[in-house]
Design a protein around this ligand. Structure first.
Ligand code: TH1
Length: 800
């Protein structure tokens, strides 16, 4: 597509789709017009992919996830369709600022963090690999909350991405299912019939997901909740308007927000309703599609593979058994066998507080038939494995991990270390009973978004050096390796990073009013705020460094910019204290004349996918410092390495595999191993001992207790200090000295610019394995038993 064709299409959509005259169009109107013009290019490959799947009777993959953190879609579509140049030129010809048009799009923030972003990367790879697939999720009206800081404290506001027309979705009013809740189960002639007490409609909204070069497109189908009855006209006519609107409100509540606060009974009930609402609608849709093509329901596993993204969609298991048994009339055991040959479960965490358990009482009340089936599945499992000591029902609650395991063909962890720990800890007993069921699938990230689109400087250099083709064959980055010993290549690599940093410095200056030196080291930790991720250890290092700089201002310090980004769960008080501390430390350090440009702390609010795309290409150092054994994988770690930022990190999650691939000499390792961490927790007063052994740590904690960063309120960080001294479960104190020392080793290498650039470039060259294309190929071969559909040349032709 040429510039002029694209421009003409934009003008046509502006006029006829949006009724706007170019003279009065705003950035948003132009963005919508461009989005429509690009979207039109996706529809043809989308249809062609659907036709190819039907006509070839290919097996399909269904990825069920309560989260899809997709971010912006316009630039992604433009990049995948190869329309970058045409789009830039068309915008220029219309006198539009391309950058402004792109950044006008709100992020689709239908996820919390890594788990949701992984689902989005997987959709991208499934389409790139032309594997017939659907993503299923919820169309939340409000995605993850907007974060701002008031006097350093996190304030949450509702996010409202759907408060404007959404360019990428197609509403399917005709595709809707009635989803029941509550009620009772009738036993009739040996059959169970569930009579729900209430119901809502699940309506489908489809977003096409285009793969690399537009060869294939899959569908992300999100469910929105609607009332079964529109509104109560009789009540309305008596003047009771609020009551008349009640059914609509109650139904819409289900798809209103991502992750309702589950600290109350009402919140927990809503979350379970969301899970069932979306799982039931998806299962029904999957079976409708299957039965429209095939007669024999027993052959379901030959044509359908369902992946449960953590246990959030786990109720899909009992729902599938219910339909096969109660509605299709299969014997119970056969129904369970078919369901478990179709279903697979990915575990993403071993943290006990994140392992879902539902109270039996709530489950029996909300889903009476399912609770009965869960008991039967549990009995069936005990009967067929003779594993009688093991149950998915324990002390009045249903353990969704165990239930998912029992009903799965394959269960996977998300990094080698994590999978090993799954086998040793939470699923030890189940692994013994089913020794081949657990497999590892190390996470990956899509190189289209996380290198090609977000880092045009580096992707240009890569293409100039090794040619194209790496975009969907990322292991080709290995061909860069020999170039790293070439001084000319290193200089160009360094120049790209320098330009990205200058660009980010401008943004930080504009957005935050902080001036940072682009030649300083950009040291970045961006992720959810959590004690196990140890942002607290990072700030303590900032405090210790600041203290040391003040003590010896004459020393030749390596200048650093410490960049933080991330949100805390609204109810997680300790995480919120950590946020406030980072902001308070920033205030003191950034205005300290004794420090100047040698240390800055920058914490831009409202970290999201788009901000990650801005920060990662400009990072020098990647902070991956979780307590070993706690971060299942991490995926940010892969994005940084790919963009040429070496890691300072622990042997946790996928860090282990990153270090193996980039080489131990290109990774700053420190800290206890998972095994050592477990042992250290048993040592009496381990924190006190570590504090006594490290004057820097003792000093930093003393600053917290003295109120150095909370003038006038010395108690503000008393609680954090108490945790460090007496309840240091995440071993911040035990690992601090090693971390602080390793940071000095980082300084030493950074001083030797040439050595640093070589290390950074080797990280890029050796990160090819972390493409989500590799991950998806592996799921396809080892879990789903599907192969990519051959798309003949011209099958989905793209006008170029
Ligand atoms: C994350 C893990 O913490 C992270 O290590 C991993 O890379 C990522 O998943 C993708 O595999 C998780 N996110 C969530 C979110 C919820 C519950 C559990 C997890 S684990 C709501």
């Amino acid at each position: 597509m040429t510039r002029d064709e694209l421009k003409a299409e934009m003008l046509r959509h502006l006029q006829y789709s949006f009724g706007k005259d170019p003279a009065h169009a705003q950035v948003r109107d132009w963005r919508m017009a461009l989005s429509m013009a690009v979207r039109d290019r996706i529809v043809e490959p989308w249809f062609a992919a659907t036709r190819a799947t039907y006509s070839g009777q290919h097996k399909r993959v269904y990825y069920l996830s309560l989260e899809f953190l997709i971010g912006r879609l316009l630039e992604d579509a433009i990049v995948n369709l190869g329309l970058g140049q045409a789009a830039r030129e068309a915008c220029a010809a219309l006198d539009l600022d391309f950058e402004a048009v792109m950044t006008d799009e709100p992020d689709a923030a239908l996820g919390n963090g890594g788990l949701g972003r992984l689902a989005a990367c997987f959709l991208d790879s499934l389409s790139t690999l032309s594997i017939p697939a659907h993503g299923y999720g919820i169309r939340y009206e409000h995605g993850l909350f907007k974060q701002s800081f008031h006097e350093g404290r996190q304030v949450e506001q509702a996010e409202d991405w759907l408060n404007q027309p959404h360019a990428w979705e197609f509403e399917r009013a005709e595709s809707s299912y009635e989803i029941g809740f509550w009620g009772e189960v009738e036993e009739k002639d040996g059959r169970a019939i569930w009579h729900p007490g209430d119901a809502v409609l699940a309506r489908a909204y489809d977003t096409p997901v285009i793969g690399w070069q537009g060869r294939w497109a899959n569908t992300l189908r999100l469910w929105g909740a609607k009332p079964t009855k529109l509104f109560d006209l009789a009540r309305f006519n008596t003047g009771d308007f609020t009551a008349a609107a009640q059914p609509e409100e109650a139904a819409r509540t289900i798809s209103r927000v991502l992750y309702p606060d589950d600290t109350t009974d009402a919140g927990r009930e809503l979350r379970l309703k969301q899970e069932y609402f979306f799982a039931a609608a998806s299962i029904r849709d999957i079976l409708r599609r299957y039965t429209s093509e095939y007669d024999d329901i027993r052959r379901l596993p030959h044509k359908v593979a369902i992946q449960l993204n953590d246990t959030h969609p786990a109720i899909a298991g009992p729902e599938l058994v219910r339909i096969l048994h109660d509605e299709h009339g299969l014997a119970f055991d056969e129904a369970v066998q078919i369901a478990s040959a179709t279903l697979n479960y990915t575990n993403h965490t071993l943290l006990p507080e994140a392992l879902e358990r539902w109270s039996e009482g709530l489950m029996r009340h909300l889903l009476p038939r399912h609770m009965r089936l869960i008991e039967q599945i549990d009995d069936w499992h005990a009967r067929t494995t003779k594993g009688r000591t093991l149950s998915a029902i324990d002390q009045g609650s249903v353990k969704m991990g165990e239930l998912s395991f029992m009903l799965a063909n394959r269960v996977n962890g998300v990094s080698a270390l994590h999978t090993g720990l799954m086998k040793k800890t939470v699923f030890a007993e189940l692994d013994r009973l089913h020794p081949d069921r657990i497999v590892n699938q190390t996470n990956g990230v899509t190189p289209r978004r996380w290198l090609l689109a977000c880092n045009p400087g580096l992707s240009g250099l890569v293409t100039e050096t090794i040619g194209t083709g790496w975009e969907d064959d990322l292991e080709r980055l290995g061909q860069l390796d020999p170039h790293v010993s070439d001084a000319g290549f290193r200089a160009r690599f360094a120049a790209v990073k320098r330009a990205n940093k200058a660009h980010l410095s401008d943004w930080i200056g504009r957005e935050m009013g902080i001036s940072v030196d682009p030649d300083a080291m950009f040291d970045v930790q961006i992720k959810r705020i959590h004690e196990y991720k140890r942002q607290l250890m990072n700030v303590l290092d900032v405090i210790a460094t600041w203290h040391a700089m003040r003590g010896e201002p004459g020393l030749d310090w390596v200048p650093r910019v410490k960049i933080f980004g991330g949100k805390a769960a609204p109810g997680y008080q300790t995480a919120k204290e950590i946020i406030r501390l980072i902001n308070d430390v920033a205030t003191v350090v950034n205005s300290d004349p004794a420090i100047g440009d040698r240390l800055k702390v920058v914490y831009p609010p409202n970290y999201n996918v788009s901000m990650a795309e801005r920060l990662i290409p400009a990072a020098d150092l990647s902070e991956q410092i979780s307590t070993a054994g706690k971060e299942a994988s991490g995926t940010g770690n892969m994005k940084f390495a790919l963009n040429g930022a070496p890691t300072i990190g622990t042997l946790d999650g996928a860090n282990v595999e990153i270090r193996e691939r980039v080489g131990a000499g290109n990774f700053f390792l420190f800290g206890l191993t998972a095994e050592e961490a477990m042992a250290r927790r048993e040592v009496p007063d381990h924190a006190g001992r570590a504090i006594a052994a490290s004057p820097e740590l003792a000093q930093a904690i003393a600053h917290l207790e003295r109120g150095t960063f909370s003038p006038g309120e010395p108690d503000r960080y008393r609680h954090l200090a108490q945790i460090l001294r007496h309840h240091d479960y995440f071993l911040v104190c035990s690992d601090f000295a090693a971390y602080h020392a390793k940071q000095r080793a980082v300084d030493a290498v950074f001083r030797d610019r040439d050595a640093w650039v070589a290390m950074a470039a080797r990280n890029t060259a050796r990160s090819g394995w972390f493409s989500s294309d590799r991950t998806i190929r592996s799921y396809a071969a080892e879990i789903w038993d599907v192969t990519p559909v051959e798309v003949g040349p011209g099958a989905c032709v793209l006008a170029s």
